[in-house]
Each structure stands twice: as structure tokens, then as C-alpha cells.
Design a protein around this ligand. Structure first.
Ligand code: LLP
Length: 434
């Protein structure tokens, strides 16, 4: 499951670089990404779509580091953004605006202007009010805005309720039953050009059936609109393909794309997808050091130097991330025994069940519950599958500077984001003077 992170000589490595070396060079906590894993995931999408016109728009929110965006841009990716900030990141990383789709329920006038100025591929519009606003803004700028409506297909994604987006009760998209009327309305607005239809039903989906159900509903609408004379250049089927964190068995990228293409039944519209997690999730780990071991009355705690501010998924969704020692058991150096020390012989480390927790003052600050680990103070641990929604959801809670980020390719490890300093956290704050 973590192909690019493997033990070599009992040391967990990212590609060919040992995580222990990375910890020594760059400190902890630290996110480490595999260049090969990122490249491979993207290429799997490209290969799966061969023969069908397509655009793979990486969902920037999953991990917006400029080095990652740059790598994907060079591979030919487009981008799915949800803010003006993400657009600026894409452009700064060398991504082409002409391959950007702009999703999200709350686009501001300023963000619309910025995107129209840049010349993005499409606005994925999520309400009638947004349609009206976009028409006005485009009109003021003397531009025509390319639009898709994000249709809410009312399909159960069968995932965590916080990351399910395609149900009637969710805030996303326009109601399926109103889409036809709204498309006709959009067609009448002077400064809009209808170019596509969009849907996204949720994240961390581990089956193809909800994707197919959503695609079929979208296609039924496409047919209905064809009767009204509205035709589309592209269909955007969103992101959401899940990854393996523990024992999930999500479809492969190839099977997922084959299922989408199958649902199209020979149609030739260009397909856009917006994968985030599946491209970066298992391409990254969070490297952390054990600060203390604490044996409480009921539980043992491994207190590590990463916390919920670095990786909030466990606290927020009760998400599972596998946690592995960087140095595997077999190779653990045992303290040199001397009879006088009383420690006696080669010492097998004792495995205990630990709560792996951070230093933040919240009981919800945990990275893993009940993990069997043979560890000592000072050991390094790797929190796996942390490449997606790890760094991007990090915060400065407890005035904790954000972690460093490192990219590995082969035998080379490079810093792609410096560890934040406390001084940087103070920037912009002022003393209140009466
Ligand atoms: N497109 C749209 C419109 C989205 O809202 C999202 C994710 C994606 C694409 C990418 O979905 P992906 O392929 O990564 O599943 N923080 C949560 C995940 C939130 C996903 C939000 N939208 C987590 O850590 O699980």
C-alpha cells in the first residue's frame, strides 16, 4: 500500500533516502513526499484515459505545496481550485490558467475577477445567485465567463458524513430537479457561455458504484438539455477516489477510469476529473519523534512532537493513519549490556499498546489509538498516508509553527517548505494602544 516507503536495511525509507537521515537534516515534525509516487499516480490517470479526450485537474486543496503543483503542471495536469489563493498558487507554480476549473459554493466578486482576468477554463457554479453574480462581474469586465453548473445528483457516496457532498441535504451544487431550468437561465445570460456540466459527490469513496450512479444521472440531464438545444464541451465528474489507509480496498485508478468511461457508453464529450487524495495521499508521510513515553494508570502514551495542528484528520474525522517505527524491530540497537548495569544481554524491546498523542492541550489531540509499538523515547515514527489533507489542513494552534516539507526523488531529498518560525506567526499582530 505504501509502495514508495519501504524498509531497507531495517530503516524506513522514502524511495532511497532513509527517514532517519531526513529527520536529522530537516528536523521533526516533517512531511516527506515521494516524487516517484506523485508522478506514477498522475501517469496512471493519463494511461487510463488514453483514447478519450480528457483533462486531469488536480484538486489543489489536497496539498497545495508549490513544488507539488509545479511537478503536476509539468506532467500536464490541470487544476481544480476553490479560492483565489489557490489560483495564485497554481499560477505561481507554472500551471496554465486555461486548465483551471473553479469550484466552491462561495466565490467572491474579487475571486471571480481574478479568475476572469487569468482566463480560467471553467467556473463550476453552485447556485442561481452565483450565476447572476458571475454574469454581472463578467459584464463589467467585458468578458464572457465559461460555466458549468455543479449538479447535486443526490447519490449516497457511502463515505464519512463530513466529506459526503452529493446528497440533497448537502450545501453543494444545484438541486438535480432545478438544473434544467437553471441551465436554460444561464443560456439566456449574456456574459456567460455554458460549456459543461459538473458533479462531485464526496471524498474517500472506496467503490465505483456511487460514481457510476452519479455519472448516469448527469448523463440523463445532458440528454434532456440536448433536447433544449444546450450542448456541452466537457463533463466534469469530480474527484473522490479513495485510498487505502488501513484495510480499505478502493478500485485502482485504471478501474475507476474504466468505470467512468463505461458509464459514458460511447459518448465523446471531453471528461474532466478532479482527483486530490488519490494522487498525493499515499505519496506522503508525517515524520515525528517520540518525546516521552508515559505509562498511565489505564493507558500507555507515546507523546510525539507532531500534533493535531499538523495532522488534524484523526481529531476531526476519527480517521485512521497507520503508524510505523522508522527503525524496524529487528535492527533496534540494544544498549550495550554490562553485568554492572544490570540490564543484561541483548535486550528485546517490549511491545506495548500506545495511544500516540501530540503535545496540544486537547484530549482530541491524537494521531492513533491503541497502536502496538516497540519504541523508546527519541525514536522516530512515520504516520503513513499523510500526503493529502495533512499539511493543507494544518494550523498554528498552540502557537505551533507549521512543519517542514521535504520531497524525495531517488537518493535526493530537498526541502520544499521551510519549517515555520514563531516570529513568522507574529507578523501582522499589533499591540492595542489606547
Ligand atoms: N473536487 C471538489 C469539488 C472537491 O470538493 C474535492 C474535495 C475534490 C475535488 C477532491 O476530492 P478527493 O479526490 O481528494 O477526494 N479534508 C477531508 C477531505 C475533504 C474533501 C473536500 N473536497 C479529508 O481529510 O478526508
Amino acid at each position: 500500500m505504501f509502495d514508495y516507503f519501504s524498509y531497507q536495511n531495517n530503516q524506513l525509507c522514502a524511495e532511497q533516502v532513509s527517514l532517519a537521515d531526513i529527520a536529522q537534516r530537516f528536523g521533526t515534525p516533517c512531511y516527506v513526499y515521494s516524487h516517484a509516487a506523485l508522478t506514477d499516480g498522475y501517469r496512471q490517470f493519463e494511461a487510463a484515459f488514453v483514447g478519450h479526450e480528457h483533462l486531469i485537474c488536480y484538486a489543489v486543496k489536497a496539498n497545495p505545496n508549490l513544488a507539488i503543483l509545479h511537478l503536476l503542471a509539468r506532467l500536464g495536469a490541470g487544476f481544480d481550485i476553490v479560492s483565489g489563493g489557490e489560483l495564485q498558487r497554481v499560477l505561481a507554480a507554472g500551471g496554465g490558467a486555461g486548465k483551471v476549473v473553479f469550484s466552491g459554493v462561495g466565490k467572491t466578486v474579487a475571486e471571480m475577477r481574478m479568475a476572469l482576468d487569468a482566463g480560467i477554463l471553467c467556473f463550476n457554479v453552485e447556485s442561481e445567485a452565483e450565476l447572476v453574480r458571475l454574469n454581472e462581474v463578467a459584464g463589467q469586465m467585458g468578458k464572457i465567463a465559461p460555466v458549468s453548473l455543479r449538479v447535486n445528483p443526490d447519490v449516497d457516496a457511502k463515505t464519512h458524513p463530513y466529506i459526503s457532498t452529493g446528497l440533497k441535504q448537502n450545501k453543494f451544487g444545484v438541486a438535480y430537479t432545478e438544473a434544467l431550468t437553471l441551465y436554460c437561465r444561464a443560456g439566456d445570460l449574456q456574459h456567460l457561455r455554458v460549456t459543461g456540466m459538473d458533479c462531485h459527490i464526496g471524498s474517500q469513496l472506496t467503490e465505483t458504484s456511487p460514481f457510476i450512479a452519479a455519472a448516469e444521472k448527469v448523463l440523463t440531464l445532458v440528454d434532456a438539455l440536448a433536447n433544449e438545444g444546450i450542448r456541452f464541451e466537457h463533463l466534469d465528474l469530480g474527484g473522490g477516489l479513495g485510498i487505502r489507509y488501513s484495510d480499505e480496498t478502493p478500485p485502482s485508478i485504471a478501474d475507476y477510469v474504466a468505470a467512468l468511461l463505461g458509464a459514458l457508453q460511447g459518448r465523446s464529450e471531453k471528461i474532466i476529473v478532479e482527483p486530490g487524495r488519490v494522487l498525493v495521499g499515499n505519496a506522503g508521510v508525517l515524520l515525528t519523534r517520540v518525546e516521552y513515553l508515559k505509562h498511565g494508570e489505564e493507558k500507555n502514551f507515546a507523546i510525539v512532537d507532531a500534533a493535531m495542528n499538523d495532522l488534524m484528520r484523526p481529531a476531526l474525522y476519527d480517521a485512521y493513519h497507520h503508524i510505523q517505527p522508522v527503525q524496524s524491530k529487528q535492527d533496534t540497537p540494544s544498549p550495550q549490556s554490562s553485568p554492572a548495569s544490570g540490564r543484561g544481554g541483548e535486550r528485546e524491546r517490549q511491545s506495548l499498546i500506545y495511544e500516540v498523542v501530540g503535545p496540544v492541550c486537547e484530549t482530541g489531540d491524537f494521531l492513533g489509538h491503541a497502536r502496538e509499538l516497540a519504541i523508546e523515547q527519541g525514536d522516530l515514527l512515520a504516520v503513513m498516508s499523510a500526503g493529502a489533507y495533512g499539511m493543507s489542513m494544518s494550523s498554528n494552534y498552540n502557537t505551533r509553527p507549521r512543519a517542514a516539507e521535504v520531497m524525495v526523488s531517488g537518493t535526493v531529498a530537498q526541502l520544499i517548505r521551510e519549517r515555520e518560525t514563531v516570529q513568522q506567526l507574529f507578523v501582522g499582530e499589533k499591540t492595542f494602544l489606547l
